[in-house]
Design a protein around this ligand. Structure first.
Ligand code: MN
Length: 246
């Protein structure tokens, strides 16, 4: 059996077709994959585990139905849902993974990341990330009333959209030097990440060794999924993945 990887679904009540596609994938994957890894930005926005407005509860129920089937469900926080915590884990049956995380899969070490940490050329973003990943900042934010957190979440989206407008494309991609550094540091020859919405399998050379960087696409348009088994990684569209799972 293969392990299934997805990321950057950006699930929201505003895109009901993607909610249905995700539920379908979970249903089809149950009992047919060794494990499911969601590498960040499962949700368009997450302002705290206590937010039970649609579509959060139905997604969490679908996650729980999958994890109750026995295959492990691993979820990494992305830059949109970095506030997922212990209550989310309990309700969904998912295990939250640190970023970066090394998994031992089919006899090889595989480095898993959301991908934003590799975009080191965007200093403004990395400064913002440092700020909001600080436990003190998070405790303060999570102590605000839910309606206010939702409002601030929307405001942050708007601000980030405006900031993106002025940024050149190369800033939004990974820094090849950061990729090499991370892979060397963790002693891996396979890296899987999302975030940049540029799905691809990149062949690399790290210290004279062949290596690969697999980038998962988003679910806005690309509907990207990856199956990994002893034969290697296979990047495909979710519809093809559903067919493969049978
Ligand atoms: Mn992201």
């Amino acid at each position: 059996m293969a392990a299934l990887f997805i990321s950057d679904l950006h699930l929201t009540a505003r895109r009901p077709a993607k909610l249905a596609l995700f539920r379908e994938l979970l249903r089809r994957a149950a009992g047919r994959v060794e494990a499911l890894y969601i590498l960040g930005d499962l949700f368009e926005v997450w302002v705290g585990d206590d937010d039970d407005t649609p579509p959060y509860t139905e997604i969490i129920d679908a996650l729980l139905a999958f994890s109750a089937g026995g295959a492990p469900l691993y979820v990494m926080r992305g830059n949109r849902d970095f506030l997922m915590g212990a209550r989310f884990e309990q309700l969904s049956g998912a295990r939250l993974l640190p970023d970066p995380h090394v998994a031992e899969l089919y006899g090889q070490r595989v480095l898993l990341m959301h991908g934003d940490l590799l975009c080191t050329r965007d200093r403004d973003y990395q400064d913002f990330r440092d700020k909001v990943r600080n436990p003190r900042w998070q405790r303060r934010f999570l102590s605000l009333p839910l309606f206010l957190r939702k409002l601030l979440g929307r405001f942050a989206r708007l601000r980030s959209r405006l900031a993106l407008r002025g940024k050149p494309a190369y800033l939004m991609d990974v820094d090849p030097a950061a990729v090499e550094r991370s892979m060397r540091e963790h002693g891996v020859r396979l890296l899987i990440h999302g975030h940049t919405h540029r799905p691809a399998v990149h062949a690399l050379d790290i210290d004279g060794q062949p290596a690969r960087r697999v980038v998962l696409g988003d679910w806005y348009e690309q509907d990207s999924a990856l199956l990994l088994d002893a034969g290697g990684p296979q990047l495909m569209r979710v519809t093809d993945c559903l067919r493969r799972l049978g």
